[in-house]
Design a binder for this molecule. Sequence first.
Ligand code: IMP
Length: 198
Amino acid sequence: MEIIFATGNKGKLKEVKAIFQDTSHKVISLKELTVIPEIVEDGLTFEENARIKAVTIYDLFRKPVIADDSGLSVDQLQGAPGVYSARYAGENATDLDNNKKLLRELQNLPEPHPASFICCAVFYDGCTYLKAFGEIPGRIIGEPRGEHGFGYDPLFLPEGYDKTMAEISLDEKNKISHRAKAFNLLKDIMRRDGKYET
Ligand code: IMP
């Protein structure tokens, strides 16, 4: 069965395709479709935004959809950037702009800077709505390190690791990340619900 992953983010797509590799689903992304819709993510929580993405894409293509919303939550910033992670430094901000802003916001605050990546993953096929959450604790370091991953990965040191999320391989990230946890759980819930055969 073909399932649309409602994302235009190449980093996320790679991660989620790898997670669904052992299922009967072929995960395709918005970039592989003819019309790429504009989705207004105006929810106040990760789940609201994930649901908005899934329902919008389902309504357009009438095919099963998985979607997620995720972000970084920094304790000393009262959970910011949170649902605004992608546009922390402004509407068209790049990862670099966002990382610079994060370092500026933290520069006068004492170390360590505890933080978590959080992800809500959802499935929607027009009648069934399923959801799962994943979280990875860690801290923000003072300078970016590593070339892999995307977003805030170069600044995020997962708890118990001495490498940032951008220094570990995709395979390793896919074992520990918030998205991996959320989508692996969603996969289990989908299986229990009879949404795919392995
Ligand atoms: P979304 O596409 O609306 O879920 O926005 C997610 C934003 O949160 C991304 O643009 C990144 O800035 C940040 N983010 C989410 N997951 C990750 C991750 O695995 N690594 C680094 N940054 C992430």
